[in-house]
Write a protein that binds this ligand. Structure first.
Ligand code: PLP
Length: 401
């Protein structure tokens, strides 16, 4: 007999899944808005949102209706043919940003693979064989496929996987002089997150993104923004680079785009898109009608419900509350982030983050770590003031121990 209790399923998970994760022994059965419910019907406030994914929260009526309708009609056809939701989602995405064209994949790492492949192929075509190097940043995170870990500026993700893909160099984040010094005759593109997420919720100085744009223009390089975490309303604009009024040549998206349904997208300018020709790149599931219908519903809901303004307002409210934790709690050093992508920096010698996360979970609050010294809060974009009040209370107690 299978043990279907929460503990039993956790034990079965430990036996049957490859050991690359270390999940908390909690089995979630359903969700409603910002709340999740485990197998014993305990409620948790979800300020992890599936790692900045569930933009509309859980059990969203509009999203589930759209998915049910799509599932009844058409789940998959491949890119040998055209499906309507993928075209409608692509049209919506290009209407919201600098981009003219869209490639769909299934995850953030895949979106980044597409961006890197497109950039190399485009630069080979227009500037010759030797333009293949990407300048990336230290403490960045771009995903777990081989090129994505090669771009990622955190050695812990490289361990055991060498040799990495050649052609990636790393410079300190938020340092334009270092970026400029790294440019040489092999440089193809600059590849950065507009706010570093996994690296510790780090917002660069005002002018950094514009400075990167200027460097790329001056040296004839491509600028790629990884907005897998920051995109789709998370920071209070559709895309985080829009706070600075600069545009990249290529941008990658995933996480919030599908509201919980796996989807990734790489969007780019008309010019750069011609780096790809038929057959140059592909994905069986990319542009899948179910995933694209989810994406379309998420974007339309953000639009129709003015969620960008809501994110700005809730983000400021949450930042203010987190500021009070900095003022009142030992070892809590600073508030980081933008919109509803927030973190608090802590002194790791005084605050045991794993213990805080465990205590918070036991008390009914889900949150995550980021980088070497931050606790991260990335609730669904529909979060409300009472949810934030409750979360901050639980967080303060968890930090106090
Ligand atoms: N890029 C950034 C900025 C991310 O934060 C992540 C995931 O955390 C990724 C890429 C990888 O996305 P995925 O896990 O969907 O491959």
């Amino acid at each position: 007999m299978k043990d279907d209790s929460q503990q039993g399923v956790a034990q079965r998970a430990a036996q049957v899944l490859t050991p690359n994760y270390r999940p908390a022994p909690v089995v979630f059965e359903r969700g409603d808005g910002v709340s999740l419910f485990d197998a014993d019907d305990r409620r948790y406030l979800d300020f992890a949102a599936g790692i900045a994914v569930c933009a509309l929260g859980h059990g969203h009526g509009g999203l589930s209706d759209a998915l049910a309708d799509q599932a009844r009609n058409l789940l998959h056809v491949s890119n040998l043919y055209i499906n309507r939701p993928s075209i409608e989602l692509a049209e919506k995405l290009v209407s919201l940003c600098f981009a003219d064209r869209v490639y769909f994949g299934n995850s953030g790492a895949e979106a980044n693979e597409a961006a890197l492949k497109l950039a190399r192929r485009y630069m080979r075509l227009v500037r010759g064989e030797d333009r293949y190097t990407f300048i990336c940043t230290e403490k960045s995170f771009h995903g777990r496929t081989w090129a994505a870990i090669s771009a990622t500026g955190q050695p812990k993700y490289h361990k055991g996987f060498g040799p990495l893909v050649p052609g990636f160099v790393h410079v300190p984040y938020d340092d334009l002089a270092a970026m400029e010094a790294a440019i040489d005759e092999t440089t193809c593109a600059i590849f950065v997150e507009p706010i570093q997420g996994e690296g510790g919720v780090r917002v660069p100085s005002a002018g950094y993104l514009a400075g990167l744009r200027a460097l790329c223009d001056q040296h004839g390089l491509l600028l790629i923004f990884d907005e897998v975490q920051t995109g789709v309303g998370r920071t209070g604009k559709w895309f985080a680079h829009q706070h600075e009024g600069v545009a990249p040549d290529i941008m990658t998206l995933a996480k919030g785009l599908g509201g919980g349904v796996p989807i990734g997208a790489m969007v780019c300018t008309e010019t750069v898109a011609h780096g790809f020709a038929p057959g140059a790149h592909a994905s069986t599931f990319g542009g899948n009608p179910l995933a694209c219908r989810a994406g379309l519903t998420v974007l339309e809901t953000i639009d129709n419900q003015d969620l960008l303004d809501h994110v700005e307002e809730m983000g400021a409210y949450m930042a203010e509350g987190l500021g009070q934790l900095v003022a009142s709690l030992d070892g809590v050093l600073d508030v980081r982030g933008r919109g509803l992508m927030r973190g608090i920096g802590v002194d790791p010698d005084r605050v045991d983050r794993a213990a805080v996360i465990g205590r918070a979970r036991d008390a009914g609050l889900l949150l995550t770590m980021a980088g070497p010294d931050a606790l991260r809060l990335v609730p669904p974009l529909i979060v409300k003031r009472p949810d934030i009040d409750e979360a901050l209370l639980l967080l303060a107690k968890a930090i106090e121990g």
